[in-house]
Design a protein. Structure first.
Length: 226
């Protein structure tokens, strides 16, 4: 990956790939936004989910039941010149269509803070720990050998405004939709990040966001293939 300057792994061939293109650019330079989508039925027949290398997913799997529709979101990436509401909305409109077509009840995946020193993000991580853990019966937890506590500050020392300002935009966006955060962070040395687990029950997505993703605001999905 370092030699080619590309990110790839064994999960790519199992996933559906949601992409946003700007057709005004030359061929080969049109992709401006991506998401990687891995459904439960493919993961369970091909060695599991990517997130299982960092987190114990069993409580979530048990809670969803054998037929529960689970979707792992990963490799979210938007070109630096396209990090606008329009691009993000196109991606989420695609996801909205996808979860409806495949009867998805839970979306999940890992999101990252930059760097491998959790103390740099003590305020934000502590805020997530004290305010956004899922219910105990389906609480996903970092694997014991990779577990890094997010409880780095007492709740009464966490400044809400400072903590929210310090959250990466993607994590902040998931929280607005109603997401929970798993117990414990994980250091990803390969990518140089501090990861947290995102768990978003579809039925927690606020109606105002559901309407926004389905509304026609001049944005079009020109092709969709399941």
């Amino acid at each position: 990956m370092a030699r080619l300057g590309r990110d790839f792994d064994r999960f790519d061939r199992l996933c559906d790939h949601l992409m946003v293109f700007d057709r005004r650019h030359p061929d080969g330079e049109q992709a401006v936004g991506t998401y990687r989508l891995l459904r439960r039925e493919f993961a369970e027949t091909h060695g599991g989910f990517y997130s299982a290398s960092e987190y114990d997913l069993q409580p979530m799997l048990d809670y969803a039941g054998a037929g529960g529709g689970l979707l792992e979101l990963g490799r979210s990436c938007v070109h630096r010149d396209y990090r606008t509401n329009a691009t993000i909305q196109l991606l989420w409109r695609g996801i909205s269509t996808y979860i409806t077509d495949h009867d998805i009840s839970f979306m999940f995946g890992c999101a990252s803070f930059p760097g491998t020193d959790p103390e740099r993000h003590a305020m934000a991580l502590s805020y997530l720990h004290h305010n956004h853990l899922p219910p105990p019966e389906w609480r996903v937890r970092a694997l014991p050998e990779r577990f890094v506590s997010m409880n780095l500050m007492p709740a009464d020392q966490v400044n809400l405004r400072t903590a929210l300002h310090a959250l990466p935009p993607l994590i902040k966006g998931y929280l607005r939709l109603g997401a929970y955060i798993g117990d414990g962070a994980v250091i990803d040395q390969q990518f140089g990040t501090t990861d947290v687990f995102i768990l978003l029950p579809v039925d927690r997505i606020a109606p105002k966001y559901q309407n926004r993703f389905s509304a026609d605001e001049g944005l079009t999905i020109t092709e969709y293939r399941a």
